[in-house]
Write a protein that binds this ligand. Sequence first.
Ligand code: BGP
Length: 476
Amino acid sequence: MRKYADVFNKKDFLWGSGTAAYQCEGAWDIDGKGEGEWDYFNHYSVLNINHEDGDDASDFYHRYKEDLNLMAEGGQNTYRFSISWARILPNGTGEVNQQGIDFYNDVINYCLEKGIEPNATLFHYDLPLTLAAQGGWLNNQITDHFNEYAKICFKEFGDRVKIWSTINEPRYYSYCTNMVGNYPPNRHIDIQSYFQYQYNLMLASAKAIHSFKEMGIDGIIGIVHDNGNVEVDPISENKEELFKVADFFYNRMILVPALEGKLPDELDEMKQKFNFMIYHSENDKEIFSKGIGDYLGLNLYNRQYVKHWEAGETEIFHNNKGAGSTSLEGIRVKGLFESSFDKKVRRNKWGREVNPRVMYTALLEIKERYGNPLVMITENGHGIYETPDANGYVEDDERIEIFKEFLDYMLKAKAEGVNVKGYYHWSTMDLYSWINGYAKRYGLVRVDFDNNFKRIPKKSYYWYKDFINQYYQSHS
Ligand code: BGP
């Protein structure tokens, strides 16, 4: 019988990479899988601006052994993946699809055969269509449906999976769905839904964490947050208040329930400032108190750089067109704050800051403000356009340079006492980048989508292999 206690027995730190079901599996309608919200959106919505879908994605469903073999050969010893809710429960509730269970059993068993620690996320943006059509995460009955789904996964896979997370990036998911409006069902600047979503996602997570404990599953479970720690532009007025407001907007609805088992103390004050209310039930407080995670997963890409509001209506700045647009990523919230654009900081082609120092500052902040919880960097990577040579080989030096900087900052934070014990590069291989399609690549391994999904490790794959080897040599 596998035991969590053994996970860190021989090594003090896990090194690996990650993917998510919709982004890599493909096989969207086979072996009993139900339709997902993203299947529906990508097939029918005019808002699917890059006209791509995850029907085949990276064909991981049929090629998982090849991907796991490459991981193992690359020295990686942990794999973060997500389970597709609609593959387990085609209608979101009710009848279980045994073929879905079988698929994840195969993936998990093969991980173990290869010496790779599986780290499973229960929900990574891909809602079963049936539940989406009933109001999705705005209908708070979903919190119970999620809990039932989670219990099935714990029962089926809990003997072998020792690291779990309930939900991937509840905050960023809610932001794209309710503020940007680029994720289905595409609500735009809907502050009410933005916060209600986060509330329901965190309630669902707390219920599942409580079930995990009640079922006596051996392992750790937490939530994955997109921590862009807030930094205030020095030109700002009322810096302390500004920080508090922006931190609530970006972090606190997730971090406080996840790490302290309650809602943020400033919630009522913020309801007035942002102008929203929360539908809740009487016993929610108790549920939150029983839903504290064992660790925090952090997806670290960027910070949130803000200044005081100057003028103008609430507006979102976003770029899913990459080099086809000059838009920088950010927001203006009327009367409260707005993004500050620092010209000295690099940006990727999608207008997002690339600022590896933030790995260090975000980790330190979590340590200092939230009692130094166990942390895993569940995602970190760099999206770029890539041109392979005639053999399909990609010399992704730009990725390597940024990758190295991020890792150096993470290890610096670790050396200063941050309790970080794992790192997952995003992504294991090239995959579907949500609205951006397939041109924005993150993989350590190239996928040739036009040539039978051929896998070709990139220069960064070999660089990471050496890095991991050296790490273990100097820490043995
Ligand atoms: C995170 C998501 C991932 C992944 C990554 C890169 O927010 O958890 O699923 O996609 O970001 O983002 P994108 O693909 O939008 O560039």
